[in-house]
Design a protein around this ligand. Structure first.
Ligand code: NAP
Length: 247
């Protein structure tokens, strides 16, 4: 692990639970100082930051609803104030509301656009202005952009837009040695995937890929760690589907 003073700073959105918490833990283990963003789960975020510090790492919690541009700006201010700058942005915060288009209401549409697309835009804009040279951006899409399952329309559309932002921002970072990529997980065993599904549906979806299991948050954290670390430096403008081979 790099000494605390020299360590790079990674800001992980939605790091209080699920995949984001696994990413924060893994990046801390890899020597990054971690900013643990959350919107509602303060206790879980504080526990995670304490766990990271007890293991010898460095962490700061930052409350910000990513859909609120001003709150995102303040979060970057806080990270820069505490650690001098930000090197890595992991845009993991996201929500999923499934329904056929015929039944999707305006609130369902607006909330998913607000968190998944506007939220990603808000943090990308700050990162484009403020990330230190040599930095990394890792956005979150979903393999449903490829699978195109019924009921996922609005959710998948927000993530398809994230993939497009990823490729364009990679070009806009020319000259700064900053890479911008996206991870597109398949089904992962977190609240976002499991809530509201029957055991039967969960087991059917788990077996869709040839490895015949759900992804774990740690599977996805490993892929993020690759893109954030020295071995991922030549990957740029790409979307990496981490899904056991479902598509
Ligand atoms: P999760 O278990 O529901 O956790 C979501 C995290 O995002 C929580 O830490 C939550 O924090 C945070 N969050 C939600 N809204 C937020 C907001 N407005 N501002 C800041 N933080 C917010 O979800 P997950 O499964 O870990 O998903 C993580 C990412 O992976 C998402 O982008 C999701 O679309 C993507 N993904 C997941 C799967 C899957 O199968 N799980 C598959 C493909 C892609 P609080 O509790 O503090 O609000």
């Amino acid at each position: 692990m790099a000494s605390n003073k020299d360590s790079k700073v990674a800001l992980v959105t939605g790091a209080s639970r699920g995949i984001g918490a696994a990413v924060a833990r893994r990046l801390a283990r890899d020597g990054f100082t971690v900013v643990v963003n959350y919107s509602g789960s303060a206790a879980a975020a504080e526990d995670l930051a304490r766990e990271i510090e007890q293991a010898g790492g460095r962490a700061l919690t930052a409350k910000a609803d990513v859909s609120d541009a001003e709150a995102v700006r303040r979060m970057f201010d806080a990270a820069e104030g505490a650690f001098g700058g930000v090197d890595v942005l992991v845009n993991n915060a996201g929500i999923m509301m499934l329904s056929p288009l015929a039944e999707a209401d305006d609130e369902n549409f607006g909330r998913q656009i607000g968190v998944n697309l506007k939220g990603t835009f808000n943090t990308l804009r700050e990162a484009a202005r403020r990330l230190r040279d040599g930095g990394r951006v890792i956005n979150f899409s979903t393999s449903v952009v490829g699978l195109k399952l019924e009921n996922y329309g609005v959710y998948a559309a927000t993530k398809a837009a994230v993939e497009t932002l990823t490729a364009i921002m990679a070009k806009e970072m020319r000259g700064r040695n900053i890479t911008v990529n996206a991870i597109a997980p398949g089904p992962v065993a977190t609240d976002l995937f499991l809530n509201g599904k029957t055991e039967e549906l969960i087991s059917r979806m788990a077996k869709m890929n040839p490895l015949e299991r759900l992804g774990s948050p740690e599977d996805i954290a490993s892929a993020v760690a690759f893109l954030a670390g020295p071995d991922g430096g030549w990957i740029n403008g790409q979307t990496l589907r981490a899904n056991g081979g479902v598509i």
